[in-house]
Design a protein around this ligand. Sequence first.
Ligand code: ADP
Length: 575
Amino acid sequence: MVGYQGRPGAGDTQQRRRAASTDSPAELGARARQQAAVAHLGEHALSGAGLTALLDEGAAAAARELAADYSKILELLPDGERLLMRAGVGWKDGYVGSAFIEAGTGSQAGYTLLSDEPVVLEDAAAEDRFAMPALHHEHHITSGVSVIISGREHSFGILGVYTSSQRSFSEDDIHFLQSLANVLATAIERKRAEEERELLLAEVRQLAETSQSRAAELQGILNNMLDGVFVSDLKGRITLVNNAGIGMMGLRGEQPVGLGIADLQSVLGMSHLDGRAFGQDERPLTRALAGETVILEDAIIFSPESRRRSFIRTNAVPIRHDDGKIMGAVAVTRDVSALIELEQLKDQFISVAAHELKTPVAVMKGFAQALLRTDDNMPPVRRKMLDAINRGSDRIDRVVQDLLDISRFHAGRLDLVMEKIYLPDLVEQVADRESLSATKHQIRLTDASPVVVLGDRDRLEQVVVNLIDNAMKYSPGGWDVEVGVRLAGKDAVVQVSDRGVGIPREKQGHIFERFYRAHTGTAFDYGGMGVGLYISKEIVGRHGGRIWFESREGEGSVFSFSLPLVRGEGADEQL
Ligand code: ADP
């Protein structure tokens, strides 16, 4: 039984019950027609009729089967304060589709929604639960009944029938009206779900289109890059290669499908610069899949098709999910053949030039010295000239030696003559010698820990000379240079400090590079080739040590290098 709320009044409920239990043939016929109307509305809804048509049919059936003058279906608007007449019969023209009714106790409809059950209006004149809207006054409505059309989250609205003359509604009447409202509620829900699905589908379609066009955009960018791009999934399968990458692989346009990282390496014919093949764990993509960021990995590739050897430089990074888990890796590879060939040409030139200069310089120096020795009565002007030639050829000789060193390092031909060296002595001797030629600077020995290392005496002297020379050169004011030898764990450390011009921070990363000079074009450009530190680094490296520095522009620099102590020798051992 459907709940309802009639106007409280004596005998009201009893009277309605009686009406409901009257089984006259006319009544029975009416009930049968009502049931047929509900069934018809249901069928109509199932056949996929439009919502407006269903609402119209519901409103018409309600008025017709309950012999009412008016019926209306009101939709509660989202503001919750008004209801709109979506369908109805009997009303003056222009109301259906545009009349608004106040919610709350401003109308029977609003009151029905508040009560959450059917509400019967027996006599408008005596009604005190809710106000009569203007629409009802205008149509002289006296009686009526309204039921809720429910909804999933909130009620859709109200279905109501009304009469101008006073009448009462039986429980069966109310039940019929509620049945119509229920059919409408189901149809409305279905329509809403359909609309939502359509909306969702449209969104998905839109998303798919957007991501498709983004993918096309990305593909376009990738394919127009000069660098090769290789993407691998977590299992090490190559999932994407751009055009430049395909070119490097010697393929023509087609995506290499189903290739693994090892296959990629063999298709590329990739090896280290010294010709060694890449080990399984050395491959940039494999390393990136293990979480490493691979920077500037140089390799040679060989294209069987063009029978050409190229040099490539690769960076590779893991691709991660939002939660940080690795889902793949990407490698970006650049053909640096032109660069490396230029470097090789430079090396070749340096080596040839140094070798060509070596002999004439030695001849110049030899003759100048011989002349200086043989003639004691030489006029002072001539002696001065010969001295200048001697000093000049010394300088050229130093440059030649540096250049020869560079080509030796490159060819891997730096021969060291190793011996045990008591480091503080070596450093002191160099400092003394340098002091002789120092005009403005004091070279002070600070620490002199008694440490012994294994090394090439001449080469280690060369490093210390270079650091002290630099310290003096870049301290134009003549401030003191401090030199020390100390013990640091299993290493001996030589340290040279100055309080000179220092090195600008942005240039500090480069100063061990060949021919790099941090002060070129500044007021502190004191000449030089920019190879001293490069050579020092190579020498220290070959001894198993490390070289580093700290520097502040305008405050000075501290250069240090470490050498491993001779195994088994105590720090206090003297040679
Ligand atoms: P150079 O022949 O130019 O001195 P180096 O290889 O010895 O070549 O040094 C490279 C560059 O590092 C120098 O040109 C200079 O700019 C900078 N540098 C080296 N030592 C010092 C120092 N003690 N103080 C400031 N700058 C230095």
